[in-house]
Design a protein around this ligand. Sequence first.
Ligand code: MN
Length: 323
Amino acid sequence: MPAVTVDNILVLPRLPRPESDARQRPVVSVVSADRQREGAGFEVRRPFPSLGLRAADPFVLLDQMGPVAYEPYEAKGAPWHPHRGFETVTYMLDGTMVHHDSNGGGGTISEGDTQWMTAGSGILHDELPAEELVVSGGLFHGVQLWVNLPRALKMTPPRYQDLRASELTLVSSHDGGALVRVIAGELGGFTGPGSTYTPISYAHASLSPGARLETLWPQEFSALAYVLSGSGHAGDRPVREGQLAVFGHGEAITVTADDHQDTPTGDLEILLLGGRPIREPVVQYGPFVMNSRAEIIEAMEDFEAGRMGHVPAEHLTGRRLGE
Ligand code: MN
């Protein structure tokens, strides 16, 4: 089962239904995710960045990893690489991911867990499926979101937040038909455990067939809905697996699930995300997200010179899992 589930969602607190005169945010575009390879060669679906999608500000990138049923020794990860200038937020739905960094830190995240890494001034890390998953094969499904940092915080010291599945704030839609897991920020008066330098709201919702998820959404925030699996409508636009809906201005957002869902869970699985736009120039080059080309060159020089840290000695020898 993906992420966190509950036996009876009707016992959960309910999101307040927006007043009937609340201005619905219309969907202004629907973008289909590209498929591409990342790290040591695993496939991701990437709805953004894409040309002209400034609507995603303060987000830089969204990667859906899987869902995939790996055969033994097929699972791959992303071996040692640097980051600077933003935060990575990795949320697992199925399977287990292990990570190590150049400060000697690391962690393991499984279904429903989130790892929040502020790369800030720079860090090296690797991100790999758990050894047991590599050896035995198995289901793997996760999402990595990149949240930008404003100019003033790009060089902040690296930090982590490990959010366990049990810490997620669970609520239901007003009709009791959708389970909503608030990961970060605020949704309809309920707050998730993640805290960000850049204010965002981030939630994973499972809508049963025919369910309607309607909620107020901060007016100053961007608003996006990404379909992990299933089909339905965002506002009045049809959306299906691998598509991202971009909402325009207004006070409330609405997503509905089609009456039939041909998905592993039987539900429409979506991410709701948005944040306060940073509105600064964004220059991304691979794992660095800065404000100017000069800062990208500086990042590459700092990485080459070892100023973002070094791969810990115990990771320098032997075969790397996932390679
Ligand atoms: Mn990374």
